[in-house]
Ligand binder design. Structure first.
Ligand code: ADP
Ligand code: ADP
Ligand code: ZN
Ligand code: ZN
Length: 747
């Protein structure tokens, strides 16, 4: 059969230089290139974007109003696309009813099994669901935990209602929620402090069950419902099916306490459901065991008529095991899975689906995987391809890149110096090119045979959280320590749940967003903007505020955002570039002021490298140098922070810390999003931090990072309950000799 291609002509999103390329269909294509070269701009912003848009066009106008909006990417044409499924590292999230078992549909198959085979049998499968009234524990309604309003935090008893005694968000004096309490004549709003309330008054305010009441409004009376604070808060914030925003969640947490449900002991099911057993296990027991152990139990079921159901459960579990998630249990809440774990769960879901001729797009699927397990990922990618799908992967790990049918290398460098296709072809041909990817393939950094030495340690108490086997951590002060071990061995647990809790002064430099606000950019975040504004003010003898689009300098039409949002009643709002300032954000007259021949917008459009050549100001140059040192020289000064990737956010945060002393820094997989050639960069940053007297602790799988450590802490030997031990603690030379260490065999 002749190979078909997806054909892209003239792509210009972000830094792309009008590129054209062909991607073979039903093959595995891997995109490589340094961070910021333009891989995402092609794969996500152009290909996936257009696929989503074309799919939307097939729906009626009415249906489309409910779908996400896709703008047309800046590209001349794309032909021969298939439906795209993007499998990224966004965490699965979900509420507390969403577990690994529910999201993979394995729980529903187990329920079916119990409804046929459980002893005693209690009927249909919904009786075995903690999300169904027939199966759930009545007390916690299937959550396993009970969240209650902590009334001591919700009320300031030293105040009266009119003074703002109710501290809950949304209950401020004068709000309609406040009026529920203040406008009924139940309480002395003005004088009486809550602590002086009678027993009856306090009960009315706090514990009252809902009751119908008449309230006075301007021209008469109206029926309403009165309820005490606990009842009201619980109904609005706890017993609600609405997805809560993270900000809201945080607010609620401040006023509540959570306890394991004492009725079901956290198991979520009611007694009837738990009484029914197969081979001595109830449905909770099965979902609570590690999935590799569950497979062994299921294999013992002999009933022939149920073989197809059993087989199909085992198949799904084995897919999870093959991708290296053997250490999880089906009860694990999806919101606690890491980005890499989430992506692998999503992959397995698609593997069980029967779709073919779909285009699957993966973003660095090797994140979080130990070298030992990368081949499992490879098998999964090939399996998805062999079902007749087109597989597109953005990846930096040479062990994944080598299995590609076709490689597209983007470069030659980052930002404005990237955006071209510098190589297309096979792995063997790539090895012989002199692109950055070609040059670094197969190269390993030298082993650190002269590690720094320390005689002082940060030490934690012994811990048994999650899978930890009563271990304590010792981190040498002032060194570069790498925590290693296969996925699920306990690295994050010992660092994030134990070490950080005891050494709260440690600075965590993670990949979470720096700011979701379109008003912040790299210059404001690093403090460079203040200095630039002052330079412009001094030069032109005007106020510095004029050069801020967030204050007097901002375009009045768009309020300094550069865009106009039109509210289309119940549809998504529409965003258009502001006609007055043309998206430049500033008032016209501000652009008349110059410094060395450039106005403020010209400056915002400069890359960090260009700015470093342009400014002679010491403090600005020092800050710019830090950004260059973390490898973000290709960003522009005005690039909004909400356009940065997780890896870029992490490095920008690092740039701010570079000149500090005596701190403990913690990083989780800082090589995420980094090309092999970028890794030497991050290593020299770490080196600089350590030389200044800081202690750096990094969780990593990347062998080059591991090979440069002063000190290694290897967790294992395996994942889940077969892990949780500290196998080795010491320098690299000793690690190689440690027989039980899997990591030692790979360095
Ligand atoms: P890669 O995926 O190879 O790391 P990207 O495609 O994300 O690279 O980025 C290519 C260039 O485009 C970089 O200079 C990046 O800063 C810039 N860029 C990416 N997204 C945006 C955006 N939304 N707005 C402005 N610039 C962007
Ligand atoms: P690593 O960081 O080495 O991948 P983790 O510390 O994330 O390993 O996990 C160690 C063990 O603890 C695993 O068995 C994992 O399933 C379990 N675990 C991790 N986080 C949670 C959690 N929030 N709830 C329950 N179990 C968890
Ligand atoms: Zn319960
Ligand atoms: Zn404007």
């Amino acid at each position: 059969m002749e190979t078909e291609f997806i054909e892209i002509l003239g792509a210009r999103e972000n830094n792309l230089k009008n590129v054209s390329l062909k991607i073979p269909k039903r093959k595995l294509t891997i995109f490589t290139g340094v961070s910021g070269s333009g891989k995402s701009s092609i794969v996500f912003d152009t290909i996936a974007q257009e696929a989503g848009r074309e799919l939307n066009e097939t729906f009626s106008n009415f249906v489309r109003t409910f779908l996400p909006k896709y703008g047309r990417p800046d590209v001349d044409s794309i032909s021969n696309l298939s439906t795209a499924i993007v499998v990224d590292q966004k965490r699965l999230g979900g509420n507390s009813r969403s577990t690994l078992g529910t999201i993979t549909d394995i729980n529903s198959l187990l329920r079916l099994l119990f409804s046929r085979l459980g002893e005693p049998n209690i009927g249909l499968s919904f009786n075995f669901s903690f999300n169904d009234p027939h199966g759930m524990c009545q007390t916690c309604e299937g959550i396993g935990q009970i969240m209650t309003l902590d009334i001591d935090k919700a009320l300031n008893t030293e105040k009266s209602l009119n003074d703002g005694a109710i501290l809950l968000p949304g209950f401020g004096v004068g709000t309609w929620q406040w009026k529920m309490y203040a406008n009924h004549g139940f309480f002395d709003n003005d004088k009486k402090k809550i602590k002086d309330y009678t027993k009856e008054e306090y009960a009315k305010l706090v514990y009252a069950k809902p009751e119908k009441i008449l309230i006075n409004i301007m021209d008469g009376e109206m029926n309403s419902t009165y309820e005490g604070l606990i009842e009201r808060f619980t109904r609005q914030n706890i017993k609600t099916d609405r997805e809560k925003s993270q900000a809201n969640q945080k607010k609620i947490e401040a006023f509540t306490s959570i306890q394991k449900c004492s009725d079901c002991n956290g198991k979520r099911y009611n007694e009837t459901a738990l009484a029914s057993k197969i081979l001595g296990y109830n449905i909770y027991d099965m979902t609570a065991m590690q999935i590799d152990e569950l497979v062994e139990v299921l294999k013992k079921i002999e009933d022939k008529t149920l073989a197809p159901i059993v087989q199909s459960i085992i198949e799904r579990l084995e897919n999870l095991i093959h991708i290296g998630l053997d250490y999880l249990s089906l009860t694990r809440e999806t919101s606690t899975l890491s980005g890499g774990e989430s992506q692998r769960v999503k992959m397995v879901k698609h593997l069980s689906s029967s779709l073919t001729d779909v285009m699957y797009i993966f973003d660095e699927p090797s994140i979080g995987l130990h070298s030992r397990d990368v081949h499992r990922l490879n098998q999964l990618l090939l399996k998805i391809r062999d079902k007749g799908n087109t597989v597109i992967v953005v990846e930096h790990d040479p062990d994944v890149i080598k299995i590609a049918d076709h490689i597209v290398d983007v470069g030659p460098k980052a930002g404005s110096q990237g955006g071209n296709i510098v190589f297309e072809g096979s792995f063997n041909d790539l090895k012989h090119t002199d692109t950055l990817t070609g040059k670094f393939l197969g190269k390993r950094l030298e082993l650190n045979v002269n590690p720094r030495i320390s005689h002082e340690f940060y030490e934690t108490k012994k811990s048994s959280i999650h899978n930890l086997k009563n271990v304590s951590l010792q981190i040498p002060k002032g060194l570069f320590t790498v925590v290693t071990g296969v996925a699920g061995s306990g690295k994050s647990t010992i660092v994030n749940e134990v070490f950080i809790k005891e050494y709260t002064e440690a600075v965590v430099i993670d990949q979470s967003a720096v700011s979701a606000n379109i008003r912040s950019n790299s210059a404001t975040y690093t403090g460079i903007m203040d200095l630039i504004r002052q330079i412009f003010a001094d030069e032109n003898k005007v106020s510095a505020g004029l050069f801020s689009y967030n204050s007097e300098g901002g375009c009045p039409n768009c309020g300094g955002t550069g865009i106009i949002e039109t509210d289309l009643s119940f549809m998504d709002s529409m965003k258009t570039v502001c006609e007055d300032c043309g998206g430049k954000r500033y008032k016209k007259d501000v652009l008349g002021y110059q410094y060395k021949g450039k106005n403020i917008v010209n400056i915002m459009e400069m890359s960090i490298t260009e700015a470093n050549e342009f400014f002679e100001h010491k403090e600005i140059m020092k800050k710019l140098k830090s950004i260059i040192d973390v490898g973000l020289q290709y960003m522009t000064l005005g690039q909004p922070l909400n356009t940065l990737s997780g890896g870029e956010c992490q490095r920008l945060k690092l740039a701010k810390e570079l000149n500090k002393k005596g701190n403990i820094y913690i990083m989780d997989e800082p090589t995420t999003g980094l090309h092999m050639s970028d890794i030497t960069n991050i290593l020299s940053i770490i080196d600089r931090l350590v030389k200044k007297g800081n202690t750096v602790v990094v969780i990593e799988h990347n062998l080059d990072i591991i090979r440069r450590a002063d000190w290694i802490i290897d967790m294992g030997p395996d994942g889940g309950n077969r892990g949780g031990e500290i196998l080795y603690s010491g320098n690299l030379m000793g690690l190689k000799e440690c027989n039980r260490s899997i990591t030692g065999k790979y360095i």
